[in-house]
Design a protein around this ligand. Structure first.
Ligand code: UDX
Length: 441
């Protein structure tokens, strides 16, 4: 008989994982402690913008017309415990307030609530990003006869559905052949389609996630450091990245220079990794991540300075600044640690009149930065602006009618914080175009 699966925590990761498990043919029960979330999911809606996720939910949520009915939701841990053969724990681990370490409260309480109800013989699988050593500790919270496995998740926002159904790799930390066998059953389809299945121990499985994110963050900060040098030496970081990328050992991806990385993962994961290495007495091994973090944060300040220069040096007082982009990256409405909003906020604090527009991130941006100005379109945002900042590289911004924008803007000056616009197009329409790490471009 097919395995029954529960997914504890139906945020970004959990909602996607639950829908993907139903798509793979399993009976799935998703659990969350927030009633509004459950109500939305039961209607086949998600509380965030993620391409393809609502369609996948509607294909499976019980009660929706035409759906397979394989996916249901509950708030009841006893029901989840009785239902599942395999329980995936997908709750989030945010950065602790004012500290580098990550906050394990949600993971700890999910385990504490689930443990008394899990059937003997069931497998609990941790997916949350946790400090190395957590799995070993959490395994001891489970009753006899209930095993733990660790199976980190590598999905990217904006591509979550595809990344979950067709993962680059599946990594499982296990302590028994039985746990491995159960997880091979869960992931039989993606493995048959070619996803590598890596079996290892708990600490290695936990470390794969944090070291992968550290590597990605390092790659971005590396190219941003090169952008700083290019600016000092009159080089062009976009050409440099292209030429570097032809070397297979380096690769083309994650070499886009600009205002740097943000979001709910990379910044907090590298900080939590440093904090954990410190606890383990291995802090020296990760001191380079401090530099990765500080290069990244410097990019935001640098964009503020470029904007200041563009409005005549001196103060932002009385200057209108249009900001295109609020989400931390395109195809997402997530504004957590968004470089775009950080830049917008800094300029606002320094007296600039900032107007932000983002295709999907407006509601979240308004909630987080209620004092900034907002507009309902790019054209409205740039109306009368002394400078336009391009800070999140949505396709919509690459396809803007630059002539029409030129008619309504105060001064035709665009600063490209993502190296994603075509300088030739903007200049042909009479704009001054400047980008990061390309003084001569
Ligand atoms: C990341 C990891 O990619 C994913 O594997 C992990 O599971 C969660 O964290 P995500 O946070 O969705 O995913 O975003 P990602 O696509 O990695 O981008 C992170 C940030 O880096 C964004 O702010 C993006 O704009 C920035 N970035 C990315 C660059 O500045 N330059 C690049 O070349 C690539």
């Amino acid at each position: 008989m097919a395995l029954k699966i529960t997914v504890i925590g139906t945020g970004y990761l959990g909602a996607t994982h639950a829908a993907a498990m139903a798509e793979l043919g399993f009976e799935v029960l998703g659990l969350d402690v927030v009633p509004e979330k459950i109500e939305m999911l039961q209607r086949g809606e998600v509380p965030m913008y993620e391409p393809g996720l609502e369609e996948l939910l509607r294909k499976h949520v019980a009660g929706i017309e035409g759906a397979s009915g394989r996916l249901r939701f509950t708030m009841d841990f006893a029901e989840a415990g009785a239902f599942g053969d395999v329980h995936f724990v997908c709750v989030n681990t945010p950065q602790k307030h004012g500290e580098y370490a990550c906050d394990m409260t949600y993971v700890d309480s999910a385990f504490a609530s689930l443990a008394p109800h899990v059937r003997s013989g069931a497998l609990v699988v941790g997916k949350s990003t946790v400090p190395v050593g957590s799995a070993d500790r959490l395994a001891r919270l489970l009753p006899d006869g209930v095993e733990l496995a660790w199976n980190p998740e590598f999905l990217r926002e904006g591509l979550a559905v595809n990344d979950t159904l067709h993962p680059d790799r599946i990594v499982v930390g296990v302590r028994s052949e039985r746990a491995e066998k159960l997880l091979r059953e869960v992931y039989a389809t993606p493995v048959a389609e070619g996803s590598p299945f890596v079996v290892t121990d708990f600490p290695t499985a936990e470390l794969v996630k944090t070291s992968a994110n550290s590597f990605l963050a390092t790659k971005i900060s590396f190219i941003n450091a090169m952008a700083e040098v290019c600016e000092a030496a009159d080089g062009d970081v976009v050409k440099l990245a292209e030429a570097l990328g032809y070397d297979d050992r380096i690769g083309k991806k994650f070499l886009r220079a600009g205002i740097g990385f943000g979001g709910g993962c990379l910044p907090k994961d590298i900080r939590a990794f440093m904090a954990r290495a410190g606890e383990l007495g291995a802090d020296q091994a990760l001191t380079f991540l401090r530099e990765v973090d500080s290069i990244n944060m410097r990019r935001r300040g640098h964009m503020v300075e470029l904007a200041r220069e563009a409005v005549g040096g001196g103060s932002f007082l009385g200057k209108r600044v249009a900001v295109l982009g609020a989400a931390f990256k395109p195809d997402s409405d997530d504004v957590r640690d968004s470089p775009a909003l950080n830049v917008a906020g800094q300029i606002h604090l320094q007296g600039g009149q900032v107007t932000v527009y983002d295709p999907k991130g407006m509601a979240n941006a308004r909630r987080l930065f209620p004092t900034l100005g907002y507009a309902d379109s790019a054209e409205e945002a740039v109306r009368g602006a002394d400078v336009v900042l391009h800070l999140t590289e949505w396709r919509e911004f690459r396809e803007l009618d630059v002539d029409a924008l030129g008619e309504v803007v105060g001064r035709r000056v665009i600063l490209d914080g993502r190296n994603a616009l075509d300088p030739v197009v903007w200049r042909a329409a009479g704009w001054t175009y400047r980008a990061m790490g390309r003084p001569g471009a």
